[in-house]
Design a protein around this ligand. Structure first.
Ligand code: ASP
Length: 418
């Protein structure tokens, strides 16, 4: 009997967690050290291969996506629906994050002196205001594409790919051969993704076992309430809000969705990286959810950079938690500023582990909270990152289904008219 890749990944995840717990029983032994060494190599190979494919995949997929969409007259529509979906789901996530932190009053009445040490040892990074963030963003995005490729600067690659895609359409017949070449290049990249995915069960086993064995899970206790509220709210967003929207607007039932995307969601959990999961998210959306390749190829790479519901929710909730912790009551206006900054921060956060922690500084500073306070969150961040990345990736695939449905309908209308 042949076990599907989806099932293999699921089994690997369960075994990885179990092995990780087993390792925690034998700390400082040669069994522990040897295992961690082997797990690091296995997970390093898997993540390395995904990273190797990421930039050429994103570039070719967006160029091909933009040129196909523009040629078919669908570009404006796809773009608009994608933006509306991103904005709506992120706003809902922010509202949920703020509401739940209020309802449970997390951080209120906690003894801040517990964290004094951590905070005093933390170096405050340079001030990160929305203004400086924007200038940085522009400076890092409009750059030499070869530098962007070699540095793995995904956002800059996305922007360059947009321009190339648009030029291919404008040039029409003239650039026919380049277009064909890039289309074939993209198909080839997807074939490589398929090969790398064969290693996914081993990679995921190794990543999860290492995470459980090396992260200090007991630290979650000191911040138990916050961890539970944030994780619970993020899961609620992913298990109730997004599926409901998908059902209403994408006309897809949650079971079909979760079955089809399980391997991408587990990979997101294990890697804590939307970017590393991107090849798999695209594959799941196309092969299992029936999203047309041109939609998946356009929406998912963009979403993996700009649509991060889990990150936005986390940042807003964490800012409120810190405010509560230091006994500061944020006004409604300040909470709106927190939400807006958290939205910008989630747009700018790259899809890599703990990226949200860096942009978190901007959210804290937007309402005058001390940036050092992230020292309190750092020890638990790697663990909380797992769940928020799952929801980030889930949002991208969900949006691709909704966008595909609406653009398919208008395609069909065009067909009927012509
Ligand atoms: N790890 C997240 C992602 O890749 C970003 C974050 O740190 O919130 O989607």
């Amino acid at each position: 009997m042949k076990i599907s890749l989806n099932t293999q990944i699921f089994i690997a995840a369960v075994l990885g967690v179990a092995y990780g717990f087993l390792l925690t029983l034998y700390p400082k032994t040669s069994f522990f050290d040897g295992s961690i060494y082997a797990l690091s190599i296995a997970s390093g190979i898997f993540i390395g291969l995904l990273k190797m494919l990421l930039v050429p995949l994103i570039f070719s997929s967006i160029v091909v996506g933009v040129s196909n969409l523009q040629a078919g007259g669908q570009f404006g529509r796809v773009w608009k629906i994608t933006l509306i979906c991103c904005f709506t789901t992120t706003t809902l996530a922010l509202i949920l994050g703020i509401a739940c932190t209020h309802i449970f009053g997390v951080g209120k009445g906690m003894d801040i002196s517990l964290f004094k040490d951590a905070m005093s040892q933390h170096q405050t990074p340079d001030t990160l205001t929305p203004g400086s963030f924007l200038t940085n963003f522009i400076q890092n995005t409009l750059i030499n594409p070869f530098k962007a490729f070699s540095d793995g600067n995904v956002l800059a690659v996305v922007v360059f790919a947009f321009f190339v895609g648009a030029a291919l359409v404008k040039g029409g017949e003239h650039f026919q051969s380049i277009r064909k070449l890039l289309q074939q290049f993209f198909n080839m990249m997807m074939m490589l993704v398929g090969w790398v995915m064969k290693l996914a069960p081993i990679g995921i086993f190794a990543l999860l076992a290492k995470l459980i064995a090396t992260e200090n899970l007991s630290i979650l206790n000191s911040l138990l309430e916050f961890s539970l509220v944030v994780t619970g709210t993020t899961i609620f967003h992913g298990a109730v809000v997004l599926p409901l929207l998908l059902w209403i607007f994408g006309k897809m039932d949650p079971i079909t969705f979760f079955k089809g995307t399980r391997s991408a969601l587990i990979t997101a959990f294990a890697t804590s990286s939307s970017s590393a999961t991107l090849p798999l998210s695209m594959q799941c959306a196309k092969d299992n959810l029936g999203v047309r390749p041109q939609t998946a190829g356009f929406v998912i790479p963009i979403g993996s950079q700009m649509n991060m519901d889990g990150t936005a929710l986390y940042e807003a909730a964490a800012a409120l938690f810190i405010a509560n912790l230091i006994g500061l009551d944020l006004s409604v206006g300040q909470q709106i500023i927190v939400c807006l900054t958290a939205m910008i921060a989630s747009l700018g956060a790259p899809g890599i582990p703990s990226a949200g922690m860096v942009t978190m500084i901007m959210v804290l500073q937007s309402v005058g909270l001390p940036a050092e306070a992230i020292a309190i969150l750092l020890p638990i961040d790697r663990i909380l990152d797992t769940v928020r990345t799952v929801v980030n990736v889930q949002g991208d695939m969900m949006i691709s289904v909704v966008v595909d449905r609406y653009t398919k309908e208008s395609d069909e209308l065009l067909d009927v008219k012509s």
